[in-house]
Design a protein around this ligand. Structure first.
Ligand SMILES: Nc1nc2c(ncn2[C@@H]2O[C@H](COP(=O)(O)OP(=O)(O)OP(=O)(O)O)[C@@H](O)[C@H]2O)c(=O)[nH]1
Ligand SMILES: [Mg+2]
Length: 225
């Protein structure tokens, strides 16, 4: 039995064959492992794409949306839900060709200061030293814009981005903005990331799913394009 296709708004055209391939590829996602600390992360010889951002920005929801799996990553109304690095494998069973990493969010006010600082250090360490890390998707709630911690993170990854690492900012919960505010948020984020790639994303409206899927597929298969 096949599940019915996801609802598609009247404005969204059918995806290109390339996007459809990328969407199908993301649908192969399965849980690989959870790492409470960096030293628990397995060394990988496939591209790893990390989802980072403030607590509650929508990282886990975005991963569930992209992989079309309701509960692969644990999303929650309670900020600070994701507390370890969770890895998900992509590609046909037995032929993993990329991994997604769902990272705990930063900036949640109720977290004790010492824990916050510890997590920022772990995160910086991960972003600087993780060899398989090929791309970073930063999720930003456009109603808050890029925060100080987002800026710090941008600085941390800048040398790697300059050396070729892929980087994308997704403005999440785009369903909460009208068109003019969405365009404003896009321009501001583009300025703040010095011309970096920025897209609108909404899990609720399924906005940006195909475009983002295609981009991630291209990141993981640079020789195929
Ligand atoms: N309206 C709307 N709500 C969203 C969207 N994406 C996520 N949310 C909601 O935002 C809340 C947080 O989502 P999560 O995916 O758990 O956020 P997270 O970034 O993984 O949070 P942490 O794991 O705490 O860092 C949940 O209540 C989601 O339902 C979206 O596109 N639109
Ligand atoms: Mg999460």
């Amino acid at each position: 039995m096949t599940s019915p296709p996801a609802p598609r708004g009247p404005a969204s055209p059918a995806p290109s064959p390339e996007a459809a391939q990328a969407v199908a590829w993301l649908h192969t996602a399965r849980f690989l492992t959870t790492a409470p600390r960096l030293e628990h992360l397995p060394p990988l010889d496939v591209p790893e794409i990390a989802f980072v951002g403030r607590s509650n920005a929508g990282k886990s929801t975005c991963i569930n949306m992209l992989t079309q799996q309701k509960r692969l990553a644990f999303a929650s109304k309670t900020p600070g839900r994701t507390q370890a690095i969770n890895l998900f494998a992509l590609g046909k069973q037995g032929a993993t060709d990329a991994v997604l990493a769902d990272l705990p969010g930063y900036g949640y006010a109720a977290v004790p200061k010492a824990d916050k600082i510890r997590w920022q250090q772990v995160m910086a360490n991960y972003l600087v030293t993780r060899e398989s890390l090929t791309g970073v998707v930063m999720l930003v709630d456009p109603r808050h814009g890029l925060t100080e911690l987002d800026d710090i993170l941008l600085e941390v990854i800048r040398p790697r981005v300059e050396a070729g690492m892929k980087f994308l900012v997704l403005l999440t919960k785009a369903d909460k903005l009208n068109r003019s505010d969405a365009n404003k948020a896009l321009s501001i984020a583009r300025l703040q990331t010095a011309g970096g790639e920025v897209k609108l994303f909404s899990a609720l409206k399924r906005q940006g799913v195909e475009e983002t899927s295609l981009l991630l597929w291209q990141w993981a298969h640079p020789d195929a394009t």
